[in-house]
Design a protein around this ligand. Structure first.
Ligand code: NAP
Length: 525
């Protein structure tokens, strides 16, 4: 499929500006064919005006209509077939099997939201009927439900060019909610973005959604993204990416005349706690599992376990030795972009030079362009407690082990932690009994707690929370993965004393949609 390099202003192609850039093949460092046109402010404004107009129609589409739209997007993505996988592989250096899996995840995510919309109860309809003769005052008829926010801006990350990009979880949940979407294409995979955007536009047309339901603008400068964030018609931002990017966008959004919610899902270090009895029973297995989790996909996962805590013991020494043996045998892989590789190398250099940090293992170099070498470092709780930098993400295949003298030391380290996406415990039943206080501390620190597993791998389902307290995200009340993500793009609205015919179908007396509703305090269909 021939790429155009153009912006999608609703259903129209556009290239008003003179700023051009190319996708880059990370394995060669060479530019890929097709010049991409950075969007001008005029184009971004047009896209947002169209999104505002489209919103009045799109937000009123029924759950069934939106479900069909999402399913059609999924079909159109699959119809891109190898063209999509091949271009994505060229732009990201991610292997074909990984990308095929990620495409499956993206498509299933869209279908999961379609199922949610067909079932319909997600709107949380509440009905309190009037009691006109209530004393001392009559009670009015009040009904409420979730309604879409308006046009929203979405930013995707480079490390999931499909599942956290153009038709990823943020876009799927925003469209499912009834919002219209302006997507800021990621300059690390612009061709992939164009292909997926074209699939969405075909779906818009096939399912008769209004022009402007979806737009995508290219940009390599932060100006493009910031123009979206600051536009008065934009009502929320979904962001997946670095802490620096997410925080800058959040700060800009709160300074707006009308501040808006920013759901920035950023990178953190996902601490792992290995408790004494688990270490005694499974030290080798955990060490091997840790090495493969840290180095999977060249460590380029937001759920990469970058901090590992345990108490000093003979078992701990053996655990560490096995981990070292595994790390030194890992071959370096190609990183997503030269920018990410530079940031990784700088991060490694920085931690190497910190006081009290020892390099335990260095993986194998291949000498290839853009490689990321695996590293394992060591420190102790005393150092960890006084150096804030040690909790920061180094995006790539590295981890820092932190030795505690005893349980008190371990609890101190846990207390010191800031927010993370995940926290993992390796523990036996005995450990879980002895460390209940640790679990109570950790529950306040992460969006997802894992026992005897590894955090890489995020299931897309109804109960997944992929979020967590700041600085993992800028809003810890929600998730960017799973169906609960829809709640980010809605607000509750009450209708008081409305005649039945003016109420949304979800709130009418006759429950024709057959959804679950809370009627006078009782949940019924
Ligand atoms: P990134 O550099 O922050 O880029 C993400 C997007 O935001 C890009 O479109 C980028 O555009 C834009 N952007 C960044 N800074 C901006 C700013 N100051 N103003 C306006 N736009 C800005 O992130 P990345 O390197 O693609 O992704 C890797 C990071 O994402 C890692 O830290 C990883 O842990 C995190 N991540 C988190 C999750 C999660 O769910 N929590 C999932 C995947 C990845 P430009 O490049 O044009 O600036």
């Amino acid at each position: 499929m021939e790429l155009t390099g153009l912006n999608f202003i609703g259903n129209e192609f556009s290239a008003e500006g003179n700023e051009i850039f190319n996708g880059v093949n990370p394995t060669t460092g060479q530019n890929l064919p097709t010049d991409f046109h950075e969007a001008t402010s005029n184009e971004i404004n047009k896209a947002i005006s169209k999104a505002e107009q489209a919103f009045s129609v799109y937000s009123k589409k029924s759950g069934k209509e939106k479900a069909l739209f999402l399913e059609t997007i999924a079909e159109e993505i699959l119809a891109l077939d190898d063209d999509l996988i091949e271009r994505c592989r060229e732009e990201t250096a991610l292997p074909k099997t990984r990308l095929t899996g990620e495409r499956g995840r993206t498509v299933n995510q869209l279908k999961l939201f379609a199922d949610l919309l067909r079932e319909g109860s997600w709107v949380e309809a509440r009905i309190e009927t009037a009691i006109p003769d209530r004393q001392p005052l009559p009670k009015p008829d009040i009904r409420s439900m979730y309604k879409a926010l308006g046009p929203v801006g979405i930013f995707g990350a480079s490390n999931f060019p499909l599942a956290f990009s153009v038709a990823g979880g943020d876009t799927a949940s925003a469209l499912a909610a009834g919002c219209t979407v302006i997507f800021k294409a990621h300059p690390a995979h612009p061709g992939t973005c164009e292909l997926v955007a074209s699939a969405i536009i075909i779906a818009v047309q096939k399912t008769n959604m209004p022009d402007g339901t979806f737009s995508m603008v290219h940009g390599r400068s932060t100006e493009v993204g910031m123009t979206i964030v600051k536009h008065p018609l934009i009502k929320a931002i979904g962001f997946t990416g670095s802490f620096k990017g997410g925080k800058a966008i959040y700060d800009a959004a709160v300074k707006r005349h009308e501040p808006i919610p920013v759901y920035a899902e950023m990178g953190r270090t996902n601490p792992v706690f290995i408790l004494p009895d688990a270490l005694r029973e499974r030290k080798e297995e955990i060490a091997k599992g840790l090495a493969s989790s840290v180095t999977l996909g060249v460590g380029q996962f937001c759920t990469n376990p970058g901090l590992v805590f345990f108490e000093e013991s003979e078992d701990a020494k053996k655990f560490q030795q096995t981990a070292i043996e595994n790390f030194v045998n890992v071959n370096a892989g190609t990183m997503l972009t030269s920018g990410i590789q530079n940031a990784y190398q700088n991060g490694i250099e920085n931690i190497r030079n910190q006081q009290g940090i020892k390099l335990l293992a260095e993986g194998k170099t291949t000498g290839a362009v853009g490689e990321g070498i695996a590293y394992m470092f060591q420190t102790n709780v005393g150092i960890f407690l006084i150096n804030e930098q040690l909790e920061k993400e180094i995006f790539g295949p590295s981890t820092l082990t932190v030795k505690a003298n005893n349980k008190t030391d371990l609890l101190k380290a846990a207390q010191k932690l800031h927010g993370h996406l995940t926290i993992t415990l390796h523990a036996t039943e005995e450990d879980l009994k002895n460390y209940e206080d640790l679990i109570s501390i950790l529950e306040r620190k992460a969006g997802r707690l894992i026992i005897n597993g590894f955090p890489t791998g995020v299931e897309v389902c109804h109960s997944m929370i992929h979020g967590g307290p700041f600085p993992a995200t800028t809003d810890n009340r929600t998730t960017s993965v799973g169906t609960l993500a829809i709640n980010r793009f809605v607000r509750p609205v009450s209708y008081q004393n409305f005649p039945d015919n003016l109420l949304p179908d979800e709130l009418k007396n006759n429950n024709t949609l057959g959804i679950w509703r809370l009627v006078n305090g009782e949940r019924k269909r």
